[in-house]
Design a protein around this ligand. Structure first.
Ligand code: CMC
Length: 432
């Protein structure tokens, strides 16, 4: 922890820059370079933000070296084991665990906002049936700003609160309907007597001709998956939401930008890519071939579900996910699932391979989540939509924190320009 008057000194262009330093409650200290350009005429260069804190936050803390993840100070494994997703939503949004009355009130408010405006069904019907659920999610989440005008004023704390509740409440319905639409099945409306995860499973798997009773173990597994994905500090999609929100855009537009960013295979799309990879490997004897491909510098192939920008140790979410995978496969009677066999063996080999050890590449949250979702009956194309559903509370909590932070400014990075210097326009007939 640095003293209040600690300074980092930088000598640049014969000028000396004296930067204040700050400590967080835990984690690395920061050098405050906000006046660097004004005082030296220089920018810093950090593509990928590997050394840059883009904001101050009280929500989530990660210690990647030891594989620790805390939501508002509480370890993720304790929350996954003892709490539930809606309680975690409350914690992320409001900063403290709720009392029983506060939790009942919050659960009631979320439950009563789960229906979608009926006109939104027409919006779904405009998509091709084979549209990727994430393509639909980008569209329908953004379209919420066209349906819920009374919660788009970001300067009104009550409207911000209603938008938050609406997003958390409606995401399961929107994701389930993206699934139903791709299946060519009728939309199933939410039921208020079911819990958050059980309701989502029912909206995905019930049909009007036959009721679906969510198995308690599967509903619990779904709830744990939501909890594990609820927030992850300033990752790519969260930073996207904050950047979009910094311009004053409405919350639904901001969350739609997060959904779009999450879709990429290096981020939320990795769970889909990971299961596709495990299936492509197919059998344990093919694993060495794929390990060799992953190590080959000339081959773009990467082991999906391995490696992380921040975790240089086992991802704590992957540990929980591995246990949940065991419970789910047990209930469904598919313990001998060949994909699981490949996953377990791949993990064993990679964890003892010099290349992965040296680069500190450990399984991440996506390594086991796909196996669970596949066993539950979800197609791979739904995996990232489920991640988006769960991450919505994190995006919203971070967006609200940003709006309420007096230090927040519009996000406007600068650049190292390496293009042509100024030159005169040449008419087309004079160009060689
Ligand atoms: N397989 C093989 N090699 C890898 C892998 C991998 N999965 N991940 C990183 N490396 C190597 C990479 O080639 C590089 O080697 P070298 O130093 O020799 O050039 C080194 O490890 C560092 O990689 P990097 O790309 O500089 O690291 P990064 O922090 O920029 O990337 C990552 C992090 C997650 C994008 C990357 O590890 C990756 O592409 N993993 C596979 C995709 C994946 O599982 N993503 C899900 C992340 S967890 C869920 C989420 O938060 O969205």
């Amino acid at each position: 922890m640095v003293d209040n008057d600690a300074r980092a000194k930088l000598s640049v262009n014969n000028l000396s820059f004296d930067a204040p330093m700050r400590s967080g409650s835990t984690g690395p200290d920061i050098i405050d370079i906000r006046k660097l350009y004004a005082e030296t005429g220089c920018f810093t260069y950090d593509p990928g933000f590997t050394s840059t804190a883009s904001c101050q936050s009280k929500i989530t803390f990660i210690d990647g070296d030891i594989g620790k993840l805390l939501y508002r100070g509480y370890p993720i494994d304790q929350l996954a084991e003892q709490s539930n997703y809606l309680e975690v939503c409350y914690l992320l949004l409001y900063g403290e665990l709720p009392s029983a009355a506060q939790l009942a009130d919050f659960t009631g408010r979320v439950t009563r906002h789960t229906m979608l405006h009926e006109q939104m069904t027409n919006f779904y019907r405009g998509f091709r049936r084979d549209a990727h659920p994430m393509a639909i999610m980008c569209g329908v989440v953004g379209a919420m700003s066209a349906f819920y005008h009374d919660s788009t004023d970001i300067n009104d704390p009550i409207q911000r609160e209603i938008a938050s509740i609406r997003l958390i409440a409606k995401m399961p319905t929107m994701a389930a309907w993206a699934f139903k639409y791709s299946q060519g099945q009728p939309f199933i409306y939410p039921r208020n007597d079911l819990g958050y995860a059980a309701n989502f499973l029912r909206m995905c798997f019930a049909v009007p001709a036959e009721e679906y009773e969510p198995h308690p173990v599967l509903a619990h597994a779904m709830d744990v998956i939501f909890t594990l994905h609820a927030d992850h500090e300033q990752n790519a999609s969260t930073s996207t939401v904050r950047l979009a929100g910094s311009s004053g855009a409405n919350p639904f537009a901001c969350i739609a930008s997060g959904v779009a960013c999450l879709w990429g295979p290096a981020h939320g799309g990795a769970n889909e890519a990971c299961l596709n990879m495990l299936r492509q490997i197919g059998s344990v004897d093919k694993i060495p071939e794929y390990i060799a491909k992953a190590k080959d510098k000339d081959d773009p192939f990467r082991l999906m579900g391995f490696g992380h920008r921040v975790y240089k140790n086992y991802d704590p979410r992957a540990k929980v996910m591995q246990q949940v995978a065991g419970q789910v496969l047990d209930v469904l009677g598919v313990e001998n699932n060949p994909t699981l066999q490949v996953a377990k063996e791949l993990e064993r080999i990679a964890l003892s391979d010099e290349y992965f050890i040296e680069k500190k590449l450990y399984p991440n949250v996506d390594f086991y989540s796909g196996i669970i979702l596949d066993a539950m009956g979800f197609p791979t194309s739904m995996f990232t939509a489920i991640f988006a559903l769960a991450r919505t509370v994190g995006w919203i909590a971070q967006w609200k924190e940003m709006i309420e932070d007096p230090e927040q400014k519009i996000g406007r990075p600068r650049q190292l320009y390496i293009g042509a210097s100024e030159r005169s326009y040449i008419p087309v007939d004079e160009r060689s």
